[in-house]
Design a binder for this molecule. Sequence first.
Ligand code: SF4
Length: 502
Amino acid sequence: MKKVRAAVITGKRANMAKRKRPVAAVKEEIISQTYHTFPDAAEVVLLRSQLLSWYDKDKRELPWRTLAITEQDLNIRTYAVWVSEIMLQQTQVATVISYYNKWIKRWPTVQDLAAATLEEVNQMWAGLGYYSRGKRLHEGARKVVSELNGEMPQSVDGLLKQLPGVGRYTAGAIGSIALGQVTGAVDGNVIRVLCRLRAIGAESSSPAVTEALWDIANSVVDPNRPGDFNQAMMELGARICTPKAPLCSQCPVQSHCRSYQKANYAKEQSTKKLLGKTRKGSPPDIEDCVDSEACLLCPSEPWDSELGVMNFPRKPAKKPPRVERTLTGLVLRHRADGQDEYLLTQRPSKGLLAGLWQFPSILEVGISEVEHKRALCTEICRILGTGFSEDPQFVGEVVHIFSHIHQTYVVYSVCLKARGSANHCETVQWLSRSALQEAAVSTGVKKILKLYDSVDKSDHQTTNAAKRKKSVPTKNKNSCAARGDSKQLSLTSFFKNIKEEN
Ligand code: SF4
């Protein structure tokens, strides 16, 4: 049986390989396969009304939704929806709300945003992740002001072509929500809902599936309330038709759902089988794709009864994240007023965490503490433009997960005695603790600081116990001296020691 199935799958893949044809031809074929579309106009009308009634009753009140309804100025409305859509890319609604409110309060119009500096934008974005999004919003605002007379594009095509970082989905979402244009908007939630509604099980990022989903979305969107309809689809995907454990019993469009019918049918069949009630050769009780072997939208994998409706959609296998270890040096110096300052460097303007500030960091060199310290000291000396005599202390490790990188920061701290040391340039600065809290830094930097504080606290408790015995005068707990990092060792003797240990 396994062999037969494998042969069928191989044959199907071979078929797919043979079927490399122009997109238009593929589209035409998909449209003719009514199983994966909504050919019945009455069904579409019913689906719209059921979905919108549920949305009207159950939708979450969100600040950008309120603005999209209440803001009369089209330019401001388009700008406000644009900001929300960019913030919501890859970030949960609950996280976005406070950032959005602060952003709109500070920069209520595209002109206000254009007048801000990138540093201010990065500061505002700090902690939201995927930092290039803030930068692109800023670039877009400047473009609107300098090239488009301050007028946001007023069509899906204009949004797509004229705003950096705006792709097909974002243009569709802004166009429908802010401008009332009748267009679908296919994001991750909508992909899942549509794939389940129409039993589309081929790899969801394949060109054939992508085109089919956009065609379906454009055909079902409500012409009278396109923005609400698209938001309702997304809301359904986020709250009911969730990736895991979807709440089918609460679904307003359950009666249109082919995957729900399939899952139910499969359940019934297995019950009948258990009770010995199946008859060989009996016709299927539910509609199925007429040509599933050759269909570009049907799954290439067999039905998994454990998964039920979650057989749809099928995602491409995820690449495992790259594992990276970074040596990070928390370099402090003691100010005359008793406060500490932290050394920060700015990341390059392109790539991961572009333009954000970080503690001096380099990719891990070697595995021993001696090798780590040697590499970090060299890097810190390069940044400072001078040597130093203090010995870095191991603080601990911090793990931070990016979408594609599993990052471990191996953290050392060092308190410098000399106060004048630093290369003064735009990409290096000493910041007080309060300035650091406000600076444009990533979540990774905040985690490192938290680790340092926690170690500092436990060090402090230990030190206090020792102090009670020795009656040594105390210092500010956050200061270099209080950390006991001031074990003096000249750089020369430090390297000498390393040599000896080697
Ligand atoms: S019935 Fe279930 S699978 Fe189908 S759309 Fe609703 S929640 Fe999703």
